[in-house]
Design a protein around this ligand. Structure first.
Ligand code: GLA
Length: 717
């Protein structure tokens, strides 16, 4: 059976893994990962796939490929680890020593200790399984037990092995303002690499998320696939190696590019966590597994509430004053926003931040724009019944700043070459503990001075070039790794003092979005492109891995020929916010937006915490249809967007998913523009779940006009 081909059965491999003496079984509700210890004490992956119904059958599995391949001995493929010992010997052999499992109701941990028989290095493979969510999280610890430093040139988080007829890789790539474009291609023999070398905002060109379907392409509802994501806010790398026998190895981890790591005696190198699910029912199931896991275990405040905010960036850019901001509080209040977010441009005195050329690093209020400081704004906002949030970009510095003048030694730059700018700025040397203190204190001073600040947007607007750390001196190859670790150190300090403060992870758009960052950040900014047509694709791409409550989506004035309703409907599919001049709304637009915020607050629990079903992909048809269903299946929200339809396009009925076949549901079109009526003939009618999931609905009766949309609420009676 094709399905069982993902079984990594005893391939005759270059190294000899004999019949196993012991098995380590990791199981979730639907999947199993079986590791076997051979007579030679090497640990191999014998199986990854659908769980067996008869547990005794696992014992029949034997052999497989070595689970954490080393370099320098008989392995001739990409290794998971390559270690050069102090004596120059480049070999490593990992033999099983022990393992320990700890099971609870839903979360179980397994740690496998491996040791080299010749050198005193120890490797621990860590696995955490999340039973109900069908998620496995895995990472590796490399413990240095030798007397002198060793050098690591490869240090993967994990390696997974597959044997199938075909492998189809789905990847997400892009650039500024056109993030996460989805591409699927067949893997051929050799190595396909997806990686980042950007240092900071590392997701710009490639994201650290992928899916690999086995034995053919998967659809949203059918096919077996693995979907993985690395929790690392720095340079990452995946290699997909198809060997001469059509076996696939997926290696995931930090990008070892320019990052040889010198591990001191007694030091432990901990890799980032690699999170994956194995879906037996297509891509939709993979997303639902990941989303559920993310909300339950991964994202800061994943089960909490989120605020609807009004941001002033697109309305004012950096030209505003105190009076204008206070007026904007009223505008936020008018549409029912919970929070006003003051963006870039509020700081700098010697070098005021009036554009992106100056001021970064000088986090004191601009006394011309804001003579009474942030504290005054917080109080004014509170008096008007709206919360106050603020923009920071604390990892960066403009050469035109007091920080640059005072601390040239805090900046990443080559000592003997010209400075290279991105958006007129440089990156601070976060590996330096003094810089970590500085970045921490930017947040801490702000919060201590103005404890009412209720939200932070943490930006990061350039990647690393000409990077050289004055602090790391001769250890420059540690820079990319230490920078990211240092960012986490700062965030840990911030979170120890401000555990629940919502912080948006922004990076000139989608340059940062990963599950390690989301331990500290409550949401992320997917793209500076807020054109709603573009956003359908961008938010669609992110939805494969991240739940809606993490995907900030703002209604703005970008997007030619798009109605306010269309832009609002698109933003509602994520975490709704506004970044628009509310006072330029017509009375009808104002009425619509006020109602839309109310509607969103009523249905947002379904969008944020429900299960996602992507019904029609904008990559397949001139429309996108996505729905969210509450866990108890009593409530669903369906978004229908007509993208670039032409006059003769015939759009078929859409079968809903995820409902209870036996329940009766009422269909209601919501979020209509004032004085318009629903054109949906089935509006306000009752259907069984079975009917909706088998026959479906004509979501676009009449001609599907481009850039129009509908939102439907489906409620159990
Ligand atoms: C980045 C962000 C924007 C805005 C500007 C401010 O581009 O993505 O949302 O905050 O910086 O400079």
């Amino acid at each position: 059976m094709k399905k069982l081909l993902s079984l990594s059965l005893a391939l005759i491999f270059t190294f000899n893994l004999c019949a196993q003496t012991r098995q380590i079984l990791l199981e979730t509700k639907n999947i199993a990962l079986v590791l076997s210890v051979g007579n030679n004490q090497r640990v191999a992956q014998s199986y990854l796939g659908k769980k067996f119904s008869a547990a005794a059958d696992y014992a029949k599995l034997s052999g497989g490929r070595e689970v954490y391949l080393t370099a320098g001995m008989e392995n001739q493929f990409e290794p998971a680890i390559r270690m050069i010992h102090a004596d120059g010997n480049p070999s490593l052999e990992l033999r099983y020593v022990s393992h320990q499992s700890n099971k609870t109701d839903n979360v179980s941990t397994t740690d496998i200790v491996l040791k080299d028989p010749v050198y005193a290095s120890e490797i621990i493979l860590h696995y955490i399984t999340y039973f109900n969510e069908d998620i496995i999280k895995t990472w590796t610890e490399i413990k240095q037990g030798e007397k002198k430093p060793v050098m690591l040139t490869e240090y993967a988080s994990s390696m997974l092995h597959f044997t199938a007829d075909e492998y189809w890789l789905t990847q997400f790539h892009g650039d500024w303002a056109r993030e996460v474009n989805m591409v699927e291609e067949k893997l051929t023999n050799g190595i396909k690499t997806i990686e980042s070398k950007l240092g900071t905002r590392t997701n710009f060109y490639q994201t650290q998320t992928f899916m690999v379907s086995l034995n053919g392409r998967s659809t949203e509802t059918e096919g077996e696939l693995v979907a993985g994501s690395l929790g690392w806010t720095g340079n990452f790398q995946y290699t997909f190696e198809v060997d001469q026998r059509n076996g696939l190895r997926i290696r995931s981890g930090i990008n070892p590019f320019a990052s040889e790591y010198y591990l001191q005696p007694g030091e432990t190198f901990k890799t980032p966590e690699f999170i994956f699910t194995y879906s037996l029912n297509g891509k939709g199931q993979a997303s639902r597994n990941l989303h559920r896991w993310a909300r339950n275990y991964a994202i800061l405040d994943g089960k909490g509430q989120r605020m609807v905010l009004l941001n002033n960036w697109e309305a004012t850019h950096t030209s505003f004053n105190e009076k204008r901001l206070v007026e904007l509080f009223d505008e936020g209040k008018k549409i029912g926003a919970d929070l006003f977010l003051l963006d870039d441009g509020w700081f700098g005195n010697k070098f005021p931040r009036n554009d992106d050329k100056a001021g970064l690093g000088d986090w004191q209020e601009d006394t011309t724009k804001l003579p009474n400081g942030i504290g005054y704004l917080v109080k004014q906002a509170e008096a008007k019944g709206i919360k106050f949030g603020i923009w920071l970009e604390p990892e960066m510095v403009n050469p035109k700043s007091e920080l640059y003048e005072q601390h040239p030694e805090w900046i990443l730059k080559l000592p003997n070459r010209a400075e290279d700018y991105g958006r007129n700025q440089l990156v601070l040397d976060l590996t330096n503990p003094e810089v970590q203190d500085f970045v921490y204190s930017v947040v801490d001073h702000l919060m201590t001075k103005s404890p009412g600040v209720a939200f932070i947007k943490w930006d990061c607007n350039r990647s690393m070039t000409n990077a050289y750390s004055p602090y790391l001196k001769e250890k420059q190859s540690h820079l990319f790794i230490e920078y990211t670790r240092s960012l986490y150190k700062v965030m840990q300090r911030i979170r120890a003092k401000y555990p629940k403060l919502p912080i948006m992870l922004c990076s000139g758009g989608g340059g940062r979005a990963d599950y390690e960052a989301l331990k500290y950040f409550t949401e992320f900014w997917p793209s500076d492109n807020t054109d709603a047509l573009e956003r359908i694709y961008i938010q669609w791409g992110y939805s494969y891995f991240f739940p809606a409550l993490t995907i900030s989506a703002h209604v703005t004035s970008m997007g030619k020929n798009q109605s306010l309703k269309f832009r609002t409907d698109v933003a509602m599919m994520g975490k709704l916010g506004y970044d628009i001049r509310v006072n330029s709304f017509t009375p009808q637009e104002l009425q619509f937006s006020t109602e839309a915020v109310k509607t969103y607050k009523r249905i947002s629990d379904v969008i944020w915490k429900g299960d996602i079903y992507r019904l029609i992909s904008p990559y397949d048809e001139p429309r996108a249809v996505v729905m969210y269903v509450s866990e108890d299946k009593n409530k669903a929200v369906v978004f229908n967007y007509n993208t670039t339809t032409r006059r003769k396009d015939i759009l078929s009925k859409v079968a809903l998913q995820g409902l209870d076949a036996k329940k009766n549901y009422r269909l209601k079109e919501i979020n209509l523009f004032p004085e318009t009526k629903s054109g949906q003939p089935d509006n306000d009618k009752i259907f069984t779940g079975e009917y909706l999931m088998n026959i479906g609905l004509n979501l676009t009766p009449g001609r599907a006009l481009p850039l129009t949309s509908n939102v439907y609420e489906v409620s159990a009676e």
